[in-house]
Design a protein around this ligand. Structure first.
Ligand SMILES: Nc1ncnc2c1ncn2[C@@H]1O[C@H](COP(=O)(O)OP(=O)(O)OP(=O)(O)O)[C@@H](O)[C@H]1O
Length: 745
């Protein structure tokens, strides 16, 4: 009986046998499971979670789960614990499902499929329960299911299960097939519908209470004063005072609610914008980085607009009608004076919207260029100083700041004019209403109390419109900021929403190019144009060519960073665009000509995936790249600070960091752009001697001008103006080149 249950553990053991490509980790503590064992368990659990997601119709490859699990292992290593079911539930939630850990008292068919935790900590995937049997996922069985009697299962069951369900959003995406989230910005408001409904309700009551002061005056002037009734006066005053306190309480609650909703919207929108920015397809011909930078910065104007005070103003506007009805009931035709005043207050703001938007676009354009210049002046300070470029920068800076100051002052003037206009009309309406009211008193149609009440109501009715004039002026900033942000939110993504990519756990690395064309400038000749090229799995190819011949561009195409405009690029016989971007990035390593570092520590820069928790592995990577001795002797070692802008190491050291990152990634395909250009000859020779073994049967495509690295390759391609001019075995091509050189000499 126990054997059956232990057989579930065999899943873990079997998976451990398949733990290829994962570096062994040394044990950290003698007690408890070693990191190796944890890794094996994580792998087994990843497989189970993946199989479970599959049962629910979701695509969640084990490799993706494993990456999340490794993060969990890292955290657990520090606390000495192992992976908890909660972490598995969290991974399932990351994949878009709803998942929770539940304790159950009895085994019933409705609970499954679910992951069940056994008393010894193991996990099993229970697919179904029929009669007195459970069907358990077991990949060694022909139909991947093993039947286990309940009485054998129950004694070993811990009572805890992880239950996941497909979320409504996933169902919508799966069956309706369109992006159901709506507009990236306005869609976020939809999620806060409830909060806004509460705000509207609060506004309704606050506005009704606000009427109290007008009614108080009406009663005092018309009833209390003529009858000199002191007690009524105090009762009315008390009632009006109470209404004021209630109104304030309601407004406070309303602003708290709006603040909360605003914060939630901001967090979700900012998160979405960052996701879109990070997931953007590289399209050098379409967007300048400075535009993106400026657009993101302008989000602050959007944020400022949607603060509680603005939304408060907007929320009060619909209740203008409540006041108008009240005015009509007290003052009859006087309501038309108020309506005319209201129209006059907002019309100029509406008409001037276009001009305001144009002005704010100019201001934002100038300030975004100014910030790019500032960026250059700070980060490229040395170049500016040594190339005597300071005068140019200063001139452009002055031009841009003048432009931005003039445009923004025009904008401010217009906004002030609109506000003053609105205030003037508000006062004018008041005077007109009082004058007409006075005539009505003369004619005996009206009381003095009514005039006072109308006066108060006029101010209350038109007050939100005065603020609206200012709000409309600020709205122009938001409108132009949203245009820039739209470009980010709508940018083509590496991973398109709603698309099902081909999942490939590992890629072997056989490339085939057919009539491939790529150009940066749509009007110009192709930068790379290759009629046909096949690189078999495991081949090491050198790409040579003059500066600007298209080597880097070809490499970026092969790495899947750029998309060809024409032709096909196949990896392992599959169009590279079909492969899931995560799988592509996992299996295809790319070392660029210019290795960039990020602000933080050296450790952060090596461990960009956050999957590496083991400093020994980081040192092994640095040893491979030739930086080990330097860093071991350095007082800060892996904590070496990398400054803002990625400074802190020499160019050659940065290239070595690139090598170390590649070693940690351990990909099957390596694409290297001038990978030793910045290294000294000693380090280059050492690295090349290590590389032969490391490259093994990986496919390697290397653009280079250096001879030592050529010795690693067997085939040479020469590019000329983006076209393949020569393709042959290395020695033959080099001999031919030397002959040609000799003939020229
Ligand atoms: N981001 C870009 N936008 C526009 N044109 C580009 C861009 N990158 C490269 N180019 C152009 O494409 C052509 C090929 O450039 P590429 O960097 O691929 O050449 P390369 O062979 O790698 O040169 P090098 O040996 O100098 O590194 C060049 O004429 C270059 O001007």
């Amino acid at each position: 009986m126990t054997d059956r249950v232990i057989a579930f553990d065999i899943n873990a053991a079997r998976v451990s046998g398949a733990a290829d490509g994962v570096m062994p980790r040394p044990a950290i503590s003698p007690s408890g499971p070693s990191p190796d064992q944890r890794l094996v368990r994580a792998k087994a659990r990843a497989e189970l979670a993946s199989a479970y997601a599959g049962l629910l119709g979701a695509e969640l490859p084990a490799s993706d789960v494993l990456e999340q699990m490794l993060l969990a292992i890292g955290e657990a290593t520090e606390s000495g614990a192992t992976i908890k079911p909660e972490s598995i539930a969290a991974v399932l939630r990351v994949a878009g499902m709803t998942a929770s850990v539940e304790s159950i008292d009895a085994l019933t068919p409705g609970q499954w499929p679910a992951l069940a935790q056994m008393a010894n900590g193991q996990m099993v995937l229970v697919a179904a329960q029929e009669g007195e049997s459970l069907f358990i996922y077991d990949k060694t069985c022909p139909d991947q299911r093993a039947e286990v009697p309940l009485r054998e299962f129950s004694p070993h069951f811990s009572g805890r299960i992880i239950r996941a369900r497909t979320s409504l959003r996933q169902l919508e995406e799966r069956h309706i097939g369109e992006d159901t989230k709506g507009h990236w910005f306005w869609g976020a408001f939809r999620t806060q519908r409830r909060a806004f409904a509460e705000v509207a309700l609060g506004s309704l009551f606050a506005n009704i209470l606000a009427v109290a002061v007008a009614l108080f005056s009406l009663q005092v002037y018309d009833r209390v004063i003529p009858h000199q009734s002191e007690s009524t006066l105090w009762v009315l005053a008390l009632g009006a005072g109470l209404a004021l306190v209630l109104e304030m309480g309601l407004k406070l609650a309303r602003s708290g609610l709006m603040d909360l909703a605003g914060r939630r919207i901001e967090l979700s929108v900012q998160g979405l914008l960052m996701d879109r920015l990070l997931g953007m397809k590289a399209a050098p011909e379409k967007r300048a980085p400075s535009q993106l930078f400026a657009a993101m910065r302008e989000f602050s104007s959007v944020r400022e607009f949607f603060t509680a005070s603005t939304i408060g103003t907007l929320a009060d506007i619909p209740f203008l009608f409540v006041f108008l009805i009240l005015v009509a009931s007290i003052g009859g035709p006087l309501v038309f004076v108020l309506i005319a005043g209201a129209v006059l207050m907002v019309v100029p703001g509406m008409f001037l919207q276009k001009k305001m938007v144009a002005l704010s676009q100019s201001t934002q354009g100038a300030s975004s260029r100014a910030s790019r210049l500032l960026h250059e002046a700070i980060y490229e300070h040395e170049t500016v100083a040594t190339t005597r470029g300071a005068d140019r920068i200063k001139r452009i800076w002055e031009e841009l700041t003048t432009l931005s100051a003039v445009k923004s002052s025009e904008q401010r003037k217009l906004a002030s004019a609109l506000t003053y206009w609105a205030q003037m009309i508000q006062q004018g309406t008041y005077i007109t209403a009082v004058v007409i009211g006075a005539y009505m008193v003369f004619a005996g149609e009206f009381t003095v109390g009514s005039i006072i009440a109308i006066g108060i109501l006029t101010s209350r009715t038109l007050a939100p419109l005065t603020q609206l004039a200012g709000t409309l002026a600020r709205w122009s900033n938001v409108k132009s900021a949203l245009v820039g942000l739209d470009a980010i939110a709508g940018a083509e993504q590496v991973q398109s929403a709603g698309r099902r990519y081909l999942r490939a756990e590992t890629l072997r690395g056989a490339f085939e190019l057919r009539h491939l064309e790529f150009r940066y400038d749509p009007e110009a000749a192709p930068t790379v144009e290759i009629a046909g090229l096949a690189i078999p799995q495991g081949q090491r190819v050198a790409v040579l060519g003059a500066n600007g011949s298209g080597k880097s561009t070809l490499l970026k195409l092969l790495a899947g960073l750029y998309e060809p405009q024409n032709g096909r690029l196949l990896l392992d016989g599959i169009d590279i665009g079909q492969i899931h971007p995560r799988d592509l990035r996992r299996s295809v390593g790319y070392l660029s000509q210019d290795v960039r570092l990020f602000a933080g520590t050296l450790r952060d820069n090596l461990n960009l995936t956050q999957l590496e928790r083991d400093d020994e592995r980081l040192y092994a990577a640095l040893d491979f790249a030739g930086l080990g001795p330097f860093l071991r002797n350095h007082p800060r070692g892996l904590d070496l600070p990398i400054r803002d802008g990625g400074e802190g190491l020499s160019v050659g050291q940065r290239q070595s960091i690139g090598w170390a990152r590649l070693w940690l990634q351990d990909p099957q395909v390596v694409i290297l752009d001038e990978p030793t250009a910045a290294l000294d000859t000693t380090l280059e020779t050492t690295l090349v001697s290590r590389l032969d073994g490391w490259l093994g049967d990986r496919t390697a495509i290397i653009a280079t001008h250096r001879v030592p690295i050529l010795s690693l390759t067997g085939r040479t391609l020469i590019l000329q103006n983006g076209r393949l001019a020569v393709d042959g075995p290395r020695d033959a091509v080099l001999a031919h080149l030397n002959q040609a050189k000799g003939a020229q000499a």
